[in-house]
Design a protein around this ligand. Structure first.
Ligand code: NAD
Ligand code: KPL
Length: 297
């Protein structure tokens, strides 16, 4: 049995893709557990179907716990369930950005805490409908020492979904590569309120991207010893912005829906890390503050 903590877009995608009868959602605090969560599922290809997933009941002991809450909710969500989990149940964190994963791993270093980086895309354009908007890859790797023995087990269980799952011993480096892309696209789309591709011609982007990439290159080298020139980072960011030109980024979507963004775990994380490492990060700081101002109104 696989437990899913966070029945949002990504959690429901795993709920729909994993074999029926093998998954259960963790109810939010105060939510009733005697019914199931029902929704329509529109797969990337093929016809829509109805999905019915039960809630985990007191005493159920999942073999794997997927955590698909937003980064800002993750530490408290895990804290709310961890005492009911067997000590050897792998806990697999799916958050974008960085910071939330380390908080969980540092709080429970003796537990098997893993992280995933995924390029699957899921959204909920209307209540009760989950759309698998883009297929991609999911990499899984260990955060705590204890988790090294759980990666194979977690990957084998997730492979039953039919999605592309890979082992990734260097998961922190992999998360950094995604962080670079999110840091170079998401805040601009939120501030400019535009689809990903439109940032490239905007003054704010053109005036700051060179300096941003200098900050990203220095931070990545200091934090995880990956050396990549600012120019090469910029090319990667712009390639993704072009490939996803018509998309609304997750951060723009959060601002439009008046939800909390993940800025503190993307550019905010980088600005904080810069302070700790003595690296100046004025552009990450400026982007963080501007996005924070958007969501506080
Ligand atoms: P979402 O907001 O749709 O889902 C999060 C869910 O967690 C919500 O339903 C919320 O009610 C629930 N939740 C919050 N606190 C909880 C608690 N204490 N107990 C139980 N449930 C709780 O977000 P999402 O789009 O599914 O994204 C989740 C994470 O995955 C984010 O970090 C996001 O960046 C990352 N991610 C998402 C996608 C995607 O395609 N949606 C892709 C890659 C990565
Ligand atoms: O991951 C993304 C996001 O929106 O969070 C990108 C790569 C920017 C695609 O929209």
């Amino acid at each position: 049995m696989i437990g899913i903590l966070g029945a949002g877009s990504l959690g429901r995608l795993w709920g729909a893709m994993l074999p029926n009868g093998c998954v259960a959602f963790v109810a939010r605090p105060g939510e009733t557990t005697d019914s199931s969560l029902d929704y329509r599922f529109r797969p990337f290809e093929g016809p829509e179907s109805s999905i019915q997933i039960p809630f985990l009941r007191t005493g159920d002991t999942p073999d794997l716990m997927l955590v698909t809450t937003k980064a800002g909710d993750t530490l408290s969500a895990v804290a709310g369930v961890i005492d009911q989990l067997p000590f050897d149940t792998p806990i697999l964190l799916f958050q974008n950005g960085l910071g939330s994963q380390q908080s969980v791993a540092e709080r429970w270093p003796e537990r098997p805490i893993l992280a995933a980086s995924t390029t699957e895309g899921a959204n909920r354009p209307e209540p009760g409908l989950l759309v698998h908007a883009g297929t991609g890859d999911t990499w899984v790797g260990p955060l705590t020492d204890q988790a090294r023995f759980s990666v194979d087990r977690a990957v084998a269980m997730l492979e039953d979904s039919g999605l592309a799952i890979h082992r990734e011993p260097a998961i922190l480096q992999r998360l950094w590569q995604k962080l670079i892309i999110n840091a170079g696209i998401n805040p601009y789309t939120a501030i400019l309120n535009c689809p990903n591709g439109d940032i490239l011609s905007a003054g704010l982007y053109q005036d700051t991207i060179e300096e941003l990439c200098r900050e990203l290159s220095e931070l990545m080298s200091a934090a995880v010893q990956i050396t990549e020139t600012p120019d090469s980072l910029r090319q990667r960011i712009e390639q993704v912005a072009q490939n996803t030109a018509g998309n609304t980024s997750s951060m723009r979507a959060d601002v439009l829906r008046k939800r909390q963004t993940e800025i503190d775990f993307i550019n905010g994380y980088l600005a904080k890390l810069g302070k700790e490492l003595g690296i100046d990060t004025p552009v990450n700081q400026m982007l963080t503050e501007r996005v924070q101002q958007l969501s506080s109104h």
